[in-house]
Design a protein around this ligand. Structure first.
Ligand SMILES: Nc1ncnc2c1ncn2[C@@H]1O[C@H](COP(=O)(O)OP(=O)(O)OP(=O)(O)O)[C@@H](O)[C@H]1O
Ligand SMILES: [Mg+2]
Length: 442
């Protein structure tokens, strides 16, 4: 009977370990259960069928890890173990990481490692910046870094939007919601922020400032000089000391091919391998451009890749005729290539959007560069319809369908909890549509 039970236990725990390998203590428990010669005493039988589970912890000692059990009721025991198992799980450190929108994260292993080393070294606060052009994958790299290395930050990951929102308010908000700090009211914001840093939980913490456009503006909000605070910025700009920069380039050719394969399927890529390689080159291997083209191709299964490349080239030609590219001569060639590619990809997607979806894109571009609560977008649209009845009435389903179209073409991303977000470049493109074709810088 006991053997059978132990087998059940081992199986259950092994399954749990598979889904959460971090909790080595349970693994140890399985081993202990298997090896313990005094196995009879591992499970304690008690009166009145109280749920219970007891095991040896050290020589001579025992630990109660549940509520006592009378019969060998496997189901009940499993229940107990679940409770026990949960209590052994490492507590999830606080974080407010944004959702990643990648089909598959490709080609940044070396950068992830480099970034980790850069952030860990140094006696002072390590400030690292991921720098590079729009759409190259800076924000994504920061998200993936925080996810991959979250165990190195037991005091949490605090994600701050540096571009448009007040950073001080965000820090205080994070401390209230994620850390449960009682930040005093009635004092100035800088003092509230200092309070937060002083009362931050013990251990290393990662503070991410996404999309810094002006370093002097964010500097006053940086955490105090304490090596446990690691600061990571993402920016399109280049900074000097004390910021250490990790320049981020476009993807390696084989990695952009891999990304397209994930988006449109291996067969389609293999059927036109050489053209697909040219397409990736033409897009300058910029992840955002690849993503837009991939989604466009995915939505049109009959479209050949050579026809896609032709359409993109046509778009770029047409744009060149109306834009003054001389303004960009200080930029490197690869940046120009990548920019031209993403713009042409956006234009193609724009052309296939129906009017309502185009309108939604333009409307969302008026919101701040932060997650937009969908409810709010609906309210704004509704008000707009009331004010201008000649433009038609507000229909919830139509509005949501338009959202679906933008999501399909990667022109909009889910930000979690009923909120959506425009990528900064896409937002600029939509804005230009709204304001009437002005050149985009980025
Ligand atoms: N390594 C990657 N693998 C797959 N997809 C990626 C990768 N990096 C970025 N992406 C995709 O490319 C898009 C652009 O990336 P991201 O938003 O990180 O760019 P960015 O450099 O932060 O741009 P900006 O300067 O405009 O903020 C994202 O939507 C993401 O889906
Ligand atoms: Mg970004």
């Amino acid at each position: 009977m006991t053997d059978e039970l132990i087998q059940q236990l081992s199986k259950l725990i092994a399954e749990d370990i598979k889904s959460a390998p971090a909790a080595a203590s349970v693994e140890q428990l399985v081993e202990r259960l298997k090896r313990d010669e005094r196995i009879e005493r591992v499970i304690q039988v008690n009166a009145d069928n109280a749920l219970g589970f007891q095991t040896f912890v050290e020589e001579g000692g025992t630990a109660n890890v549940g509520i006592h059990l009378h019969d060998f009721d496997v189901e009940k025991l499993q229940q107990v173990l679940k409770v026990f198992w949960k209590s052994l799980q490492p507590k999830e450190s606080p974080n407010n990481l944004p959702r990643s929108g990648v089909a598959k994260f490709v080609g940044r292993d070396a950068e992830l490692e480099k970034l980790h080393i850069q952030l860990q070294k140094g006696e002072l606060v390590a400030i690292s910046a991921i720098a590079g052009m729009g759409g190259v994958g800076k924000t994504e790299l920061a998200i993936q870094y925080a996810k991959t290395f979250k165990a190195a930050y037991p005091a949490g990951v605090c994600w701050l939007l540096a571009r448009e929102m007040n950073i001080g308010t965000q820090i205080v908000g994070y401390a209230l919601v994620q850390l449960g700090l009682r930040v005093p009211d009635g004092i100035e914001l800088p003092d509230q922020v200092s309070f937060c840093w002083r009362n931050w939980p013990e251990g290393n913490a990662l503070i991410v400032l996404d999309d810094v456009t002006n370093y002097p503006n964010v500097e006053p909000y940086l955490p105090p000089d304490n090596p446990r605070f690691k600061v990571l910025l993402t920016t399109r700009l280049k900074f000097g000391p004390p910021v250490q920069t990790l320049p981020l380039g476009v993807l390696a050719p084989e990695k952009s091919l891999e990304l397209l394969e994930v988006l449109i399927g291996k067969e389609r890529v293999e059927a036109e391998l050489e053209v697909t390689k040219s397409l990736c080159d033409w897009l300058g291997h910029l992840p955002l451009g690849l993503e837009l083209v991939g989604r466009y191709l995915a939505s049109m299964e009959d479209l050949s890749i050579s026809e896609m490349l032709f359409r993109l080239q046509q778009k770029a030609q047409a744009r060149k005729a109306i834009e003054d590219e001389a303004l960009d001569t200080d930029q490197e060639t690869w940046t120009l290539t990548a920019k031209r590619g993403v713009k042409a990809a956006f234009e193609l997607s724009w052309d296939v959007l129906d009017e309502k979806s185009q309108h939604l894109g333009k409307l969302l571009s008026l919101f701040a560069l932060a997650p937009i609560p969908w409810e709010l977008a609906e309210q704004v649209k509704q008000k707009h319809c009331e004010m201008y009845p000649e433009n038609g009435e507000f229909v919830t389903e139509e509005f949501r369908k338009a959202r679906g179209n933008l999501l399909k073409f990667h022109l909009l991303q889910v930000a979690g909890q009923g909120a959506y977000q425009l990528h900064s470049l896409i937002r600029e493109f939509f804005r230009n549509k709204l304001e009437g074709e002005v050149d985009v810088k980025g």
